[in-house]
Design a binder for this molecule. Structure first.
Ligand SMILES: [Ca+2]
Ligand SMILES: [Ca+2]
Ligand SMILES: [Ca+2]
Ligand SMILES: [Ca+2]
Length: 267
């Protein structure tokens, strides 16, 4: 093979290889229970390898309406409950004040390395209403203003004490609050159907930062009659700039083009 063709092919392969496409996430957060842990909330055993720990920042185990932590990586992750104020949100008092809470389960034990990501989480309570959920803000770190990022939400609940072996499906829609509530991703898991791969209940879409460099995602219940907004973990990844990728591709193609024999040229 022509030396230039080899060079061009190598550049193309580099640009398109899985290794090049799977750069380390800008942000990888494991959402833990505040007080229950494996074996304790302060034990890093609750946090999956490669993730930073986040948990509700209140001093009690009561359900919360807002929680914020700034991580060592420089990112600030904030959750707020979103209450739809539906008068039939499950309580005898009518529109109960919305809140979210955390749990740590004994399962799953089936994911290769992310069991501790999947076994603890935060979730929007029934008090948030049938159309309520969680608002997520991420800021700081390497986030740039008015820029698109790949955002992933891990969402799974292994079992509820009152649930036995039932296997309901729980779904939630995540919308981009910075982009007219454009759909970003849908979480969809089956209770008691444990993940067999690390990414089985990882759901990914694209969201944009606002002028201050902040992501704003809205997670909303889409399962009738059941809780369904759960967050076990978050990832934010940069999207390779089209200009950069195009430059690499064009560079490779030009080199390949140069390797073509000219008309009349013998090979
Ligand atoms: Ca745990
Ligand atoms: Ca409510
Ligand atoms: Ca556990
Ligand atoms: Ca965890």
């Amino acid at each position: 093979m022509n030396r230039h063709l080899l060079c061009g092919t190598a550049m193309l392969c580099l640009a398109l290889s899985p290794a090049a496409a799977s750069a380390a996430p800008l942000l990888a957060v494991d959402i833990n229970d505040r007080t229950v842990g494996d074996p304790a909330a302060t034990d890093p055993g609750n946090t999956a390898p490669g993730f930073e720990a986040w948990s509700i920042d209140t001093g009690t185990t009561a359900s919360a309406t807002t929680a914020t932590r700034t991580l060592a990586s420089g990112y600030t992750v904030k959750f707020d409950v979103s209450d739809d104020h539906d008068p039939n949100d499950g309580g005898s008092a009518g529109d109960n004040p919305g809140a979210f809470d955390d749990r740590d389960r004994v399962v799953p034990t089936t994911a290769p390395t992310t069991n501790q990501l999947y076994d603890d989480f935060i979730f929007a309570g029934a008090s948030a209403g049938p159309g309520g959920g969680l608002d997520l803000h991420v800021s700081g770190g390497a986030l740039q203003p008015n820029t698109a990022y790949r955002v992933s939400i891990y969402s799974y609940d292994g079992i509820d004490a009152t649930m036995g072996t039932a296997t309901p499906v729980r779904t939630a829609a995540w919308l981009d609050g910075n982009n007219a509530d454009a759909p970003v991703l849908v979480t969809n898991f089956t209770v008691n159907l444990p993940p067999l791969t690390d990414d089985q209940y990882k759901f990914t879409g694209v969201a944009v930062t606002d002028a201050s460099g902040q992501l704003f995602l809205k997670g909303r219940r889409t399962t009738t009659g059941d809780l369904s907004v759960y967050v076990n973990g978050i990832e934010v990844n940069a999207i390779p700039e089209p200009a950069t990728l195009a430059l690499v591709l064009v560079s490779g193609l030009v080199t390949i083009g140069a390797a073509r024999p000219k008309a009349g040229q013998r090979r």
